[in-house]
Design a protein around this ligand. Sequence first.
Ligand code: ADP
Ligand code: MG
Length: 351
Amino acid sequence: MISLSDKFNQIFRTGIAIDLGTANTLATIRGSEWLLFEPSIVCINQQSKNIVEVGSLARQLAGRTPEYVRCIRPLQDGVINEFIGAEALLKMAITKSLQQNHGLLRPLVIVGVPSLVSEVEMMALLDAAVSAGAGKTYAVYEPVAAAIGAGWALEESKARLIADIGGGTTDIVVLSQGRLLVDKTIKIAGDEMDLALQTYLQNKYNLAISTFMAEDLKIKHASLDLLLSSKQSEIKILGRDVHSGLPKSITIRGTEIAEAILPVLQKITDAVSRAISECSAEVINDLQSEGIYLAGGGAELPGISSFVTKVIGMKAIVVQKPQQAVLKGNLELINNPRLLRLLVNTGCAFE
Ligand code: ADP
Ligand code: MG
């Protein structure tokens, strides 16, 4: 039965949920439909060390700035490469949330952070949140938040695995009773697929394109389903000739994009296999019966669940709205102080 205090929390607790990802920063307010979805990019003036632009405005500037302005992803490899950049993204998320809802005074804030961020950096981020107007703030490891977002009852003893395929990293965790049994992060995810596509076009067609263009092509055209179908399609790509530097356009087969990123997917499934091989027989039994879960923007790739199922030999399930799983998990935590406390006690969350 649901207790009176749980009922109170469900109705009245409000707060801001944030996902400070390597590729994208997301935010929302509990009880509202509003969603902030911005690339985790900042432009920094190298001379003054001032932040010039943040989020989508920074993404528009990328490749078009004078030399002393650098546009970077401050959390690229799942660690904080440039603290002032990560801080600027978090502040943007909080400021824009507070602008959305002026009634929020020092709200509860739950931030998902990549699992390679150190405890010291996490504490510094929590301070930055408070100086941006947050009240009590918690940082939660993203794959754990994604598991909650997938709708798991984390307090249960039955073990489950989730692989969160983001931009810079793939986080693979096995959880039981709110505890991490296996926790693996590899610096291979969406960015690596973009790079593989760039290299493929360069080697096969002498065509140079930017990483941002490669990402757009991947999101629009990559499909593992296409590899198995007899459907033929063609894609026209504009870029630069590697040798002459002049504009060049080529036409490739639709399946080539999936072929180019396939080796990266194989590295990701290898890491999932290694994570499973570290589990006890009991846990493997649980995973067999539950299936394994995929989240993060990389799980949006059409055909990924059947690909992973085939390679691993266990049913793979893509969670609903995989790119928003962390955000959804953090929203649930606003509402569930008991689970939040359990995660602080098990070292999956920090306050
Ligand atoms: P992070 O949590 O690291 O910020 P996200 O979970 O937002 O990352 O995922 C971003 C990654 O997902 C990017 O590499 C992006 O290109 C990739 N992505 C988004 N949509 C698709 C899609 N439809 N197919 C393949 N990759 C995608
Ligand atoms: Mg993420």
